[in-house]
Design a binder for this molecule. Structure first.
Ligand SMILES: *[C@@H]1O[C@H](CO)[C@@H](O)[C@H](O)[C@H]1NC(C)=O
Ligand SMILES: *[C@@H]1O[C@H](CO)[C@@H](O)[C@H](O)[C@H]1NC(C)=O
Ligand SMILES: *[C@@H]1O[C@H](CO)[C@@H](O)[C@H](O)[C@H]1NC(C)=O
Ligand SMILES: *[C@@H]1O[C@H](CO)[C@@H](O)[C@H](O)[C@H]1NC(C)=O
Ligand SMILES: [Zn+2]
Length: 436
């Protein structure tokens, strides 16, 4: 027999448990800009030792902070050879699914880390993850305020920032320089003289001050994973325009598409002409339509970051009732894509005294099956002498070089990743100083 006291305790602990659950469980809804902040704060309070909130260097035109949640075992610090990853969403203010997915992802990573989910712990222990749920909070407000009146969302309203500029056309156009084989100085001049919106500038500063390895930019309005280049060299509307890393980008885009529940299936087209499912749910950006001044190509050409663009669904502003299903459809893809920061090789470039060599170049030649093909896209080392070189399985010659030093070449076999804990192959270099 229960005593009344025991019953009393039992009932109260039950109510208490329910309350805790309500406080901690994620609510699927369209979070306003204040609620977005609160949602990230909640995650931080639940998981203070593996999260940190910070703002990009500039606010939106209307003064909203561009808030990032970092998820890593050493928040606020880059750890030697640990790759940095980012997701950016809601750059087009009226494309809102990515924003909600990133809020959910932050909450999920925190919960599962605490629940000792081994895959999530491996992912978070081995990767420094940055999530920017909204790059265009002003556009989001405009789109949201006009929802009812349009019986749904407008195709364009809220897409641009508050000055009417499309952020995904506002980046310095480095493609044109790359196509005419311009050098680093041409890139730098373009950067200096290009006038940018505050949101764009915030991203450029962020990109140039962190050694991001891999990234995706989350959009809506179609269902496809889009990879570089986004711009055609001759101004034509649609021509397949491969980057030097086409093989790796195909792999990255496919990783998202095939781990998404529908993206790689045919018959999921948003528009009769565009059944991307028939081609596995992926497309080269310029083969679809040419974009100048986009963020994806800027990542690849100005930095060491490989970025793809994810179109997450036909409906740019899906109803709240769809959000939990969308999370289930995207969850595995979002996680598996982050894990791709660990493909290929990484390592340190040092001199004979063990001092790091910064700005050394890492050049790769593909020698798989006897081809001898230089991948014409050098990666440069960080101030710690680190590099990460995303590559698909195969046989490569990797060269580290810096003027004043004797270059070193190593033959490296890259194997497929076997487990979610597999990291990039360590390939270190020691360069002899020619003037010592
Ligand atoms: C976000 O929330 C924190 C904590 O509640 C608060 O101090 C901060 O002012 C909020 N920022 C914005 C932009 O609402
Ligand atoms: C992740 O790192 C934490 C903190 O160092 C450690 O306690 C945990 O066991 C690690 N998890 C895995 C799966 O290695
Ligand atoms: C390397 O070459 C092989 C053989 O031609 C090819 O299948 C593969 O896609 C290439 N890999 C990369 C990363 O370019
Ligand atoms: C994956 O497993 C195969 C077969 O056991 C092994 O040869 C290969 O080295 C492993 N790859 C990595 C990256 O550990
Ligand atoms: Zn978009």
């Amino acid at each position: 027999m229960y005593s009344n006291m025991m019953k009393f305790t039992f009932i109260w602990s039950f109510i208490f448990a329910l309350t805790i659950q309500t406080i901690c469980s994620f609510e699927y809804k369209h979070h306003s800009n204040e609620e977005l902040n609160q949602s990230l704060q909640d995650v931080h309070h639940k998981c203070p030792s593996i999260t940190r909130l910070y703002e990009l260097s500039e606010k939106s035109v209307n003064g909203w902070p561009l808030t990032v949640i970092e998820i890593s075992t050493n928040p606020g610090e880059h750890e030697l050879l640990k790759p940095e990853f980012k997701y950016v969403a809601n750059m087009h203010g009226n494309e809102v699914l990515g924003r909600e997915l990133l809020l959910r992802l932050a909450d999920y990573l925190c919960n599962e880390y605490r629940n000792n989910n081994v895959d999530i712990q491996n992912l978070v222990n081995n990767t420094r993850i940055h999530l920017l749920p909204s790059l265009n909070p002003d556009g989001w407000e405009l789109a949201t305020a006009n929802l009812d009146q349009n019986h749904g969302s407008d195709w364009l309203l809220g897409r641009s920032n508050l000055n009417g500029i499309d952020i995904n056309r506002d980046f310095p156009d480095l493609d044109l320089i790359a196509f005419r084989h311009g050098d680093k100085d041409d890139f730098i001049n373009t950067l200096i003289y290009h006038k940018m919106q505050p949101e764009t500038r915030a991203i450029v500063v962020w990109l140039l001050s962190n050694p991001f390895v891999l990234s995706a930019n989350l959009h809506g309005g179609a269902l496809v994973a889009n990879y570089p280049f986004d711009e055609t060299p001759d101004g034509s509307m649609n021509t397949y325009t491969p980057s030097a890393d086409d093989t790796t980008f195909l792999h990255l885009a496919r990783t998202y598409a095939t781990n998404h529940r529908r993206m790689s299936h045919s018959g999921t087209a948003c528009d009769q002409d565009e059944d991307f499912g028939k081609q596995g749910g992926i497309t080269n950006g310029a083969a679809w339509y040419s974009v100048a001044g986009g963020m994806q190509d800027f990542n690849y050409l100005a930095t060491n970051t490989f970025e793809i663009t994810l179109e997450l669904g036909c409906d740019k502003y899906p109803p709240e009732s769809q959000l939990s299903k969308e999370w289930e459809d995207n969850k595995k893809a979002l996680l598996e894509f982050i894990n791709q920061a660990h493909i290929g090789a990484k390592g340190l470039v040092r001199d004979e005294n063990g001092m790091p060599i910064d700005n050394a170049i890492i050049r790769v030649q593909n020698i798989t099956d006897g081809v001898n093909q230089i991948i014409n896209h050098d990666i440069s080392t960080t101030k710690n002498g680190e590099y990460w070189r995303l590559l698909t399985p195969g046989l490569y010659e990797i060269m580290a070089a810096k003027s004043g030093y004797l270059p070193e070449v190593k033959t490296v076999s890259i194997e497929p990743r076997n487990t979610t804990a597999t990291q990039a192959k360590n390939v270190h270099f020691v360069l002899r100083n020619l003037f010592e």
